[in-house]
Design a protein around this ligand. Structure first.
Ligand code: NAD
Length: 396
């Protein structure tokens, strides 16, 4: 099969196994080059990553494994290759397994619905059998829906403003046109459903299940990821339905800190920067916001990808005596994006940008190449004309 990208709107429906492998190798090389012996010693050793196959979760797994030699158990929901290509997360995980095996590192991945009790039970059985107690649980799920494990009811999340409609510029990434987009406000039910999917309830269920099975080590840490952003993104993120769900992570983190006292453990939300992942490319306004942000942060030399963010989260927040933490007990690695001079430049360009000047004022090329790269496309050294077998990878 010759694999070329099949992009529909904000989704690419296929992936390139060799390109995904190259992405994983690049992240591993970054971690190996940046983590010193001291950090290696201090870092986690037995890690559970929920949402381990792409984006921030994959970067967390790579940082734990290749930064501090951790054994990692991952949970994800990915498509294995068949007559079609596998999903990018499948190929990433396959490549991670190969690299971990080559480095003598334990890695096991459970592919199934992390919201379900069955997958939690499977993870617990595997941890008991292979790992002993867990010292770090990373919660990095991004999902549009969740089936309640008790009632079986399916909840869907929405990306909508709260209170009143929001009209804003929006970049159509297929046609490269800029139009006005009006998003109607969410109903109370839509807000509650989004909290049910992306809030803290499932994070709490995971930690409670691990604690009930006595699988949390003394001093165990758990972290869940959030985005706060600034004025431009607040109407669609921070102060919108997804922001409400993320506020619920703060509630969950407080509740978990109480529960974790018996093992001297801790739970924190970590605030990360906006970047291109499968989850963020689905958020209206984000492609334009990110194209402008990239232009500014690249010019300053401060732009970061998932792996740089997570390596800093580990070294500057999770495994240091002087963590960067805010008044709400959240770890912060989004500080470069939120620098006032960066945000004021983004706002000025947002006002000025049009279809005619977008190439000059923003860096859509960087956005687009980061997007294609998520699926293993556009990577130097990969022969995209080669006929390859999409199933010729390590299955897990
Ligand atoms: P992503 O889409 O790259 O990754 C999502 C992960 O969740 C994948 O591993 C996927 O397999 C897994 N997953 C989804 N549904 C699942 C299910 N039912 N069962 C098991 N696994 C499932 O997303 P991401 O952008 O890396 O987001 C991870 C977290 O980081 C989210 O909480 C997100 O809000 C947060 N975050 C993202 C950004 C950003 O700009 N992308 C910024 C700050 C915080």
């Amino acid at each position: 099969m010759i694999i070329k990208p099949k992009v529909r709107g904000f989704i690419c429906t296929n992936a390139h196994p060799q390109g995904c492998k190259a992405n994983v190798a690049e992240q591993i090389a970054y971690v190996k080059a940046h983590v010193n012996a001291e950090a290696n010693q201090a870092g986690p050793k037995n890690v559970l990553v929920i949402g381990c196959s792409t984006g921030y979760g994959l970067a967390s797994r790579i940082t734990a494994a290749f930064g501090s030699g951790a054994k990692t158990l991952g949970v994800c929901y990915e498509q294995a290759p068949s007559e079609k290509t596998g999903s990018a997360g499948y190929y990433n995980t396959s490549a991670f397994h190969d690299a971990a095996a080559a480095a003598g590192l334990y890695a096991y991945t459970i592919n199934g619905d992390a919201f379900s009790t069955a997958i939690k039970d499977q993870a617990i059985a595997k941890i008991k059998a292979d790992l002993g107690k867990i010292d770090l649980v990373v919660y990095s799920l991004a999902s549009p829906r969740r089936t309640d494990p008790v009632t079986g009811q399916v909840y869907s999340s929405v990306l909508k403003p709260i209170g009143s409609a929001h009209t804003s510029k929006n970049l159509n990434t297929d046609k490269l046109t800029i139009n006005e987009l009006t998003l109607a406000p969410a109903t109370e039910e839509e807000i509650a459903n989004t909290v049910k999917v992306m809030g803290g309830e499932d994070w709490e269920l995971w930690i409670e299940a691990l604690q009930a099975a006595d699988l949390l080590a003394e001093g165990a840490k758990t972290v869940a990821y959030t985005y706060l952003g600034d004025k431009l993104t607040w109407p669609i993120y921070g102060q919108a339905t997804i922001g409400k769900a993320k506020e619920d992570l703060d509630r969950a983190s407080k509740a978990l800190n109480e529960k974790l006292k018996v093992v001297n453990g801790s739970a924190n939300v970590a605030v990360l920067k906006a970047l291109v992942t499968q989850a963020s490319s689905a958020i209206p306004l984000m492609p334009l916001y990110l194209s402008i942000l990239f232009k500014i942060m690249k010019a300053e030399g401060t732009d970061e990808h998932c792996i740089e963010q997570i390596e800093r989260l580990f070294s500057e927040c999770l495994y240091t005596d002087t963590p960067r933490i805010d008044a709400a007990n959240r770890y912060r690695v989004d500080e470069k994006e939120l620098e006032p001079h960066v945000q004021s430049q983004v706002e000025a360009i947002w006002e000025a940008v049009t279809e005619e000047n977008i190439a000059e004022l923003a860096d859509y090329k960087a956005y687009s190449s980061d997007f294609l790269k998520l699926f293993g496309f556009g990577i130097e050294g990969i022969d995209y004309d080669a006929d390859i077998n999409p199933s010729d990878v390590t299955l897990f």
